[in-house]
Design a protein around this ligand. Sequence first.
Ligand SMILES: [Zn+2]
Length: 419
Amino acid sequence: MSLDHVTHLECTLCGAEYDPNQVIYTCPEHEGVKGILEVTYDYDAIHDDFDASLDGAIPSQWKYEPFLPVSADATRVTLQEGGTELFDAPQLGAELGVKALVKDDGRNPTGCFKDRASSIAVTKARHAGRDIITCASTGNAAASLSGYAARGGLDCRIFVPGDAPEGKLAQPLVYGADVLAVDGSYDEAYDLSVTVTDEYGWYNRNAAINPFQVEGKRTVGHELAEQSVVRGSVPDWVVYSMGDGCTISGAWKGFKEFYDLDYVEEYPRMLGVQAEGAPAIHDAFHEHDDVSDIAETLADSISVGRPRNTIKACRALEESGGDAVLVTDEAILEAEALLGRTEGIFAEPAAAASVAGVRKARETGIIEPDETVVVTSTGFGLKDTKGAQQATGAVDSIDPSLSEVESLYGTSEQAPADD
Ligand SMILES: [Zn+2]
């Protein structure tokens, strides 16, 4: 039943170590949920166990199972998450002045990269004999967790801020979850979910505090490393938008593991992107005296005032030699339309923020011309059609007549068919 390849859980603040086989969320030595834990592994054991070839064939994230903090005798709860495409994006690159690639994680089963973490969460909850799982979410984690809870036969009870987009609320309802819309912000919904976890003993999937959930997100780093090996080059930059900071830290940890094990020869620099209206990790990284805790952006998935994983995110930026930038909501919407128009990839606003971040980093000289840049689309655009409509404007309404079309495109110059 034990996790032989997981050595311990280590507090990111005080370094205290905990047994990975107990259900523990944060180090009790610190106020609230500040004592975020890091999962540490026995990489010799993992390396001995990992015999898949890095040939680019990635049916799902479970290709990397020896790296996942899951007991060998646990039954996987999976919908084939991960294994997402890394596309060349020449038209997008031409607009941004870089060699662009898009890692399209919006293609995961519920339309969001969080499926990587939810698969691990539900697998672990079920293995631990839990039958109720909970989380707080700005929307995507709610949809993702509910889908996997349904797949794993668990009850799911989730807390969302009252203003979450309708598409993201429809999804968990279809998956049969109890959706509790909290009359308040994401931060308030989050605090309530933690209180409820303490009170009722439900399994808490919140990626920021459940140390194992970030670990599922490492697989995107494993995939990027493997895809780099197949392509014969490592990108100069990998770009993520940041909300709680879990995703960029998970992706970095995964890539770095493959680098440390000599599976890949170099590593990319990480660029973290936040909205100007929710800049807490950016501010902490750049050591602003007064780190803002506002959260006002239309990119709901990254509308986080008090990120729970600032330390891990800043560590990813520092270790990789990366950077952090802020973008406006206007730039995010423009980027959403740009990504769709140039490459046929429909990303939600928070996902498009990574594209806006590349533009900003080019303008400020952080990214040099013609560097290779992976932008990651973390969520599918159909989850938030209202946001999309702000990005694109309305459809043209016309009467069902040829003259209406001619008024738009001129008279056809094509000769009439000769039959
Ligand atoms: Zn501690």
